[in-house]
Write a protein that binds this ligand. Structure first.
Ligand code: ZN
Length: 312
C-alpha cells in the first residue's frame, strides 16, 4: 500500500416516475420516496456530483477532486470525469432511446460526448425483459415502421436473468423495462434521444420525442454486440472481464477469500453489489462505491463480497 486511501463516495438518489423502492430495500440507501429510480453511485456529473466521504477531503465532491487533484486520477486529460456509474431500479418501463456517437454529438450537440453504456443485471422479476435493437432491415424500413407506429413488431425484446450483461453501443436503440434492477457503467454524457414513450403522459402531457435525431443515429440493420466473458481465478476471487471497449473495461468479481491485485491504472471504480468484506483494513459492504486512486498499489480484499469494477 502506498499510503493513499480508497475514496468512498456518497451516492446521489434521483426520483423518477418509473422508479421503485429497491434502492432502499436491497441496497439500504435512504431513498427520498417509493419512486426512486436512480442511484448515481460514482458520478461527477453536474446533475449529481457525489460527495466524498473521506475526512481528508471533507466538503469535496468527486467533481472537485477531478478539477483540483488530477494526480489522484493519474493526470488523465479531459474537462469532465469520463465515467458515470448508476444503479437503476425500474418498476415501470423506461422510454425507448438511442444515443449518438462522439462524432455526431460533437457536431449536433455543441461538442458534447456521445454515449456508450453497459448494463449488468443485478436482479429482475421472473419473465422480465429489456429492449435492445430492432427488427428493421434497413434505414428506410426503420423509418417506415416508425412512421406507421409498428412498435411491437419493430422492437427487439430480450428476456433477461440476474447476472446478464449487455453492451449498448451508440446507435443501438434500447430500453430498460419494468421489474429490472441494473448497474450501468457509461460515458458521462446526457445526450439521449427519446424515440418512443408508449404514448404515455407525464403531468398530463406526452414527453418530448426526438424522432428525426433518433432515426439519424440508429444503426439499421441492428447488429448485436457479442459479449465474450473471460473468467480467471485470482487467489480467493473469481474475476470475470465482461467487456473491454474504447471507453471502459468492466469486471465482475466474486471474492470468497483473499484477493490481491495491483491494478496499475489511472484509477479504478469499485461498486459493492453483494456481501461484505475488508479492503485494506476498511470494511466494505453492499451499496458501497469507491475509487482506488492512481498509485494506490496493491489492493487486498478479504471476505465474501461481490463487486463490479471498472477502469478507463
Ligand atoms: Zn441509454
Amino acid at each position: 500500500m502506498s499510503g493513499l486511501k480508497p475514496i468512498f463516495l456518497e451516492p446521489v438518489l434521483q426520483e423518477k416516475l418509473w422508479g421503485g423502492d429497491r434502492l432502499g430495500t436491497q441496497f439500504g440507501y435512504a431513498i427520498p420516496s417509493s419512486h426512486t429510480g436512480e442511484c448515481w453511485a460514482i458520478s461527477a456529473h453536474p446533475s449529481g456530483d457525489c460527495r466524498v466521504k473521506n475526512p481528508e477531503y471533507a466538503g469535496k465532491t468527486l467533481g472537485d477532486l477531478w478539477r483540483e487533484r488530477r494526480d489522484l486520477f493519474g493526470n488523465v486529460g479531459g474537462d469532465v470525469f469520463p465515467l458515470l456509474i448508476k444503479i437503476i431500479d425500474a418498476r415501470d418501463d423506461l422510454s425507448i432511446q438511442v444515443h449518438p456517437d462522439d462524432a455526431y454529438a460533437r457536431t449536433h450537440e455543441s461538442g458534447a460526448l456521445g454515449k456508450t453504456e453497459c448494463w449488468y443485471v443485478l436482479d429482475c422479476d421472473e419473465g422480465a425483459s429489456i429492449i435492445i435493437g430492432h427488427n428493421a432491415g434497413s434505414p428506410e424500413q426503420l423509418r417506415e415502421m416508425v412512421e406507421q407506429g409498428r412498435w411491437p413488431e419493430l422492437l427487439r425484446q430480450v428476456p433477461i436473468r440476474k447476472g446478464d450483461f449487455f453492451q449498448i453501443d451508440p446507435g443501438c436503440l434500447h430500453a430498460i423495462k419494468g421489474g429490472t434492477l441494473i448497474l450501468e457503467t457509461q460515458q458521462s454524457s446526457d445526450v439521449t434521444y427519446r424515440f418512443y414513450d408508449y404514448g404515455r403522459l407525464e403531468n398530463g402531457k406526452p414527453r418530448t420525442l426526438h424522432i428525426e435525431q433518433s432515426l439519424a443515429v440508429t444503426q439499421a440493420p441492428f447488429r448485436p454486440h457479442a459479449i465474450h466473458r473471460e473468467t480467471v481465478r485470482e487467489g480467493g476471487a473469481q474475476v470475470t472481464r465482461l467487456v473491454a471497449c474504447p471507453y471502459y473495461t468492466v469486471y465482475r468479481v466474486e471474492v470468497d477469500g483473499l484477493w490481491e491485485r495491483d491494478w496499475n491504472r489511472p484509477f479504478v471504480n469499485v461498486s459493492v453489489i453483494g456481501g461484505q468484506g475488508v479492503l485494506d483494513g476498511q470494511e466494505i459492504r453492499t451499496g458501497d462505491h469507491l475509487l482506488l486512486p492512481a498509485g494506490y498499489g496493491k489492493m487486498t480484499i478479504e471476505g465474501s463480497v461481490e463487486l463490479i469494477c471498472s477502469h478507463l
